[in-house]
Write a protein that binds this ligand. Structure first.
Ligand code: ME8
Length: 646
């Protein structure tokens, strides 16, 4: 199959912001997803460079329009790689081939009688660059720009859009997927229930010279939409380029709701007048708002994608945008929300799963994918295979429908299941069980196989992190060529393949709350101290005498004749020996590398001939049958050995 996916071509009167980044990210993710399905994909973005707004923006900078559009278009082009967005084609409306194609199309439509000359007067909104109908005005102003339109009367050329109204209604009704989500399809049908007016497609050169001259009347230039929309054709070599043949019938456009009407009404009728088959689908999303307001340069609440990537990394930004917005609805942006997603979904759920599973394969299976004992699968195993297969199916349906948040939800359900699978199957216990052979291998195989599938389905959303996952799994090369059909199923990993621990994918980020100013911290301290009194309680000062530190276990061994004790060598930050009564609960080799919390200023004590300098903290509980369980206190994210615990 082929896929042709486009973004709007962005006006160069503003620098790229989060809204532009989102649409382009959606198109990039979809193009990567369709490639994963084995499609031949073409993904196009670009810049829209003609019109009054551009002339004004250039003037305000003291540049010529040509210098100005070159500079801003370049900024757009160079922004996309920073988000790992990789379009196949970047089109500019000032390219000579685009100008020629627009003129050829205008001539053809004019020759067949679908463009006529007439006088027009109406409410012209500069922001929209079009005449607004009476019905569109709210209290006499443009609802999008909150400005009063100019009353303009002039002679112009018009496209007979009304001729194609009935055809368009019928086409939308017959093809439920033509405009999605459904709310926008309904909006368009409701608009089409009234008679459609013809579309003004020109500006006199007395008012605007920065545009494409009409081939049949040099005193006029084209009105922006008859220029801009045609980019979708020129970008693939219309009318006779080989790519046009190949891709046009597969065209899918992504836009936000601001330009629904041009894409859902003007464009299909223009295409119909040209005698071409309609585009395949139009995907319409809502706005990214900041503090409930649409992002805009004039309000000054613009979020720059480059700054976000610098702060949080490309995968976090991509994941956040796709996971947070329900495609079609508006969404609110905040950095707190980015940090929350990063820490919970990426660091805790995915990152921990990845590092725990691969550490255990290294430790218990010598870094090789083990064999499965197929005859001895448990219900847990079968549930995992079943959930994995269901997840892939749900993922595909939702990626196809542009409901990316739902696709990711399905992936994260499986990640949750895998984290529970580790806890219930406790490979560290299987490793010490007398009959440890088969079950441990099966559990480790299930974990690596699951990570492989996760790396595959996450590739369209987080290409960089998925690449790191694939590299750790020793599948960098094979993954690049893999499709969902060949690799998106259970049981592909060959036992015996080498895997390594890989990097920490998503280190936890500090939340703002934790970064209090010293002044605030001081205040809080004294408040806490005041509230502590009464029996059994200690004062802040008393507690302050206990020096708690993070310590890394660098070695652990059993102590002869002491079945409860382990001798630990700790780094905190200098090396010291601590004796801990945890031998019943932990094997020595399982402890190495763990970061624990110790009381660092305890007087040295000799235990079974070993001098212990400090105490390791742990939590203990008894289950219903009185069986004791103990787990070491650790830190929530990686932090230097020796750090104070306050
Ligand atoms: O309209 N939230 O260009 P444009 C989400 N040149 N998306 C947003 C957004 C926001 N707050 N703000 C902008 C034009 N966008 C024409 C298009 S196409 C043939 C010509 C995104 O620079 C969204 O994709 O105003 C929206 O449709 C587009 O930027 C508008 O870009």
């Amino acid at each position: 199959m082929t896929t042709y996916i486009t973004t709007p071509i962005y006006y160069v009167n503003a620098m790229p912001h989060l809204g532009h980044a989102y649409t382009t990210l959606v198109a990039d993710t979809y193009s990567r997803y369709r490639r994963l399905c084995g499609d031949d994909v073409r993904f196009q973005t670009g810049t829209d460079e003609h019109g009054e707004k551009i002339v004004q923006a250039a003037e305000s900078e003291g540049s010529t329009p040509r210098e100005y559009v070159d500079r801003i278009s370049d900024t757009f082009r160079h922004t996309w790689p920073t988000l790992a967005i990789e379009p196949d084609n970047f089109i500019r409306t000032t390219y000579p081939e685009h100008i020629k194609t627009v003129q050829d199309i205008l001539q053809k439509v004019y020759d067949q009688g679908d463009i006529y000359f007439s006088e027009y007067s109406g409410h012209y909104c500069k922001g929209c660059e079009r005449f607004l109908t009476e019905k569109e005005l709210v209290d006499g102003t443009c609802p999008d720009h909150q400005t009063v339109p100019e009353e303009i009367c002039e002679q112009n050329y018009f496209f007979r859009m009304s001729t194609y109204q009935d055809w368009l209604i019928e086409h939308i009704k017959k093809n439920p997927d033509y405009i999605t989500p459904e709310r926008y399809r309904n909006e368009v049908l409701s608009f089409l229930s009234e008679p459609l007016e013809d579309l003004c497609i020109s500006r006199p050169v007395s008012r605007l010279t920065w545009g494409i001259p009409l081939p049949f009347d040099q005193k006029f230039v084209t009105y922006v939409w008859f220029d801009a929309l045609i980019n979708y054709l020129t970008g693939i070599g219309y009318p006779d380029g080989p790519d046009f043949e190949k891709y046009w019938s597969a065209a899918e456009h992504v836009i936000a709701k601001d330009i629904l009407k041009p894409h859902a009404i003007y464009w299909p009728t223009m295409i119909q007048a040209m005698g071409l088959p309609p585009y395949k689908r139009l995907h319409v999303h809502g706005y990214w708002n900041v503090d409930e307001t649409k992002m805009s340069k004039s309000i000054g609440n613009v979020i720059r994608p480059g700054e976000l990537v610098e702060k949080y990394g490309v995968d976090t930004v991509r994941y956040f945008l796709l996971r947070e917005m329900s495609f079609g609805l508006d969404s609110s942006f905040s950095e707190e929300a980015v940090i929350a997603r990063r820490n919970s979904d990426l660091a805790n759920d995915l990152g921990n799963l990845f590092s725990r599973a691969l550490t255990m394969v290294g430790k218990y299976a010598g870094g090789k994918v083990p064999k499965v004992d197929a005859a001895a699968l448990t219900d847990d195993d079968r549930e995992l295979i079943d959930s994995m297969e269901k997840m892939i199916a749900t993922y595909r349906v939702n990626m196809d429908a542009f409901t990316f948040h739902k696709a990711l939800q399905a992936v994260w359900e499986v990640i949750g299941l895998l984290n529970r699978y580790i806890v219930t199957n406790a490979p560290w216990e299987l490793a010490t069980a007398p009959d440890k052979s088969g079950r441990l291998d099966t559990v480790l195989y299930f974990l690596t196989e699951s990570l492989r599938i996760l790396a595959l389905v996450l590739r369209p959303v987080m290409p960089v992190a998925a690449g790191k996952m694939a590299a750790a799994l020793g599948m960098e090369d094979t993954m690049a060529a893999a499709t969902l059909d060949t690799a998106g199923k259970w049981g592909v990993f060959e036992p015996g393949m080498s895997v390594n621990k890989g990097p920490q994918l998503f280190p936890r980020l500090e939340t703002k709350k934790k970064q209090q100013t010293p002044k605030k911290q001081k205040k809080k301290k004294s408040r806490d101290a005041e509230s502590v009194d009464g029996e059994g309680l200690i004062t802040f000062d008393q507690f302050g005498k206990v020096e708690l530190r993070v310590a890394e276990i660098v070695a652990a061994e059993k102590i002869k004749k002491a079945d409860k004790l382990l001798k630990l060598t700790l780094k905190a930050p200098r090396e010291r020996t601590v004796v801990a009564g945890i031998a019943k609960y932990y094997q020595p080799d399982e402890l190495v590398g763990k970061k624990v919390i110790i009381v660092a200023n305890l007087k040295p004590a000799k235990l079974m001939g070993v001098t212990s300098r400090g105490m390791v903290l742990a939590a203990k509980e008894k289950d219903g049958e009185g069986v004791e369980r103990l787990v070491l206190s650790t830190v929530d994210a990686d932090i230097a050995a020796g750090s104070r615990v306050a």
